[in-house]
Design a protein around this ligand. Structure first.
Ligand SMILES: Cc1cc2nc3c(=O)[nH]c(=O)nc-3n(C[C@H](O)[C@H](O)[C@H](O)COP(=O)(O)O)c2cc1C
Length: 222
């Protein structure tokens, strides 16, 4: 399908970005640490019915600095400022992180015009934690993880269907089976930025930076 470039530009310009009734954000009243604020905003996103509020874009870069990004599910956030996600260590992102742990993730919750950005090194959380994450998945998700080959070329969808069936039988027969490459990653935040959109375009940006065991806070120009 070809689209008139000018028509597309008009179509894009006509799209609404911000909702009615965006929440207020007073950066002076923000908590001392970004995890507390993240959890408050997450709770508000869940209450407002944001679809998949735990879906986040995760960016990595390979050994030559070539970036990639994709959406992953956030598995947990702990009090130490670690954001968790899980995937195959053999995937594109897994290979990137093996040579370059530097990663960034972002959440966008349109109903509230809120963006959260997190940056820091992402490393495997350990075999035990990875196995526990895998075993907490429903059977179909475990079978999907066991299929493997993530990010490799696939010649035919029937191959996928066959591999999935075999994997499903294996996880059903052995509920303790863990896909060897399945890895829970922990991204330790060095900085976390909260962005609150405003109808008057007076967007508020508040960045937390780790300073030893505490955090510093800084407003940023929007
Ligand atoms: C909403 C959503 C959630 C996803 N969650 C995961 C996830 O938790 N783990 C995962 O490996 N892939 C997940 N994916 C698929 C990834 O976006 C991606 O296609 C896959 O991990 C391969 O990425 P890579 O080739 O960059 O390694 C998800 C996709 C979407 C759209």
């Amino acid at each position: 399908m070809t689209t008139e470039p000018t028509g597309l530009r008009d179509l894009l310009r006509a799209q609404k970005v911000f909702p009615e009734g965006m929440p207020e954000f007073d950066p002076d009243a923000a908590p001392d640490d970004p995890v507390t604020l993240f959890l408050r905003w997450l709770e508000a996103a869940i209450q407002d019915g944001v679809l998949a509020p735990h879906a986040m874009t995760v960016a990595t870069a390979d050994e030559r600095g070539r970036p990639s990004s994709r959406v992953l599910i956030c598995k947990d956030v702990d009090g130490e400022g670690r954001w968790y996600f899980a995937s195959s260590a053999a995937s594109g992102k897994g290979r990137d992180l093996a040579v370059n742990p530097g990663a960034a993730l972002s959440f966008w919750w349109p109903q509230q015009a809120r963006q959260i950005r997190v940056r820091g090194p992402a490393v495997p959380a350990g075999a035990k934690a990875s196995a526990a994450d895998f075993l907490a998945r429903p059977p179909a998700s475990r079978a999907e993880g066991l299929v493997g080959h993530q990010s490799e070329p696939l010649d035919d969808l029937t191959e996928l269907d066959r591999a999935f069936r075999v994997s499903y039988e294996r996880v059903s027969a052995d509920p303790g089976l863990v896909a060897p490459a399945w890895t829970l990653y922990a991204l330790t935040a060095g900085e976390v930025e909260f962005w609150q959109g405003s109808p008057e375009r007076r967007h508020i940006r508040l960045r937390y930076q780790r300073a030893g065991s505490a955090w510093t806070r800084q407003l940023l120009w929007p």
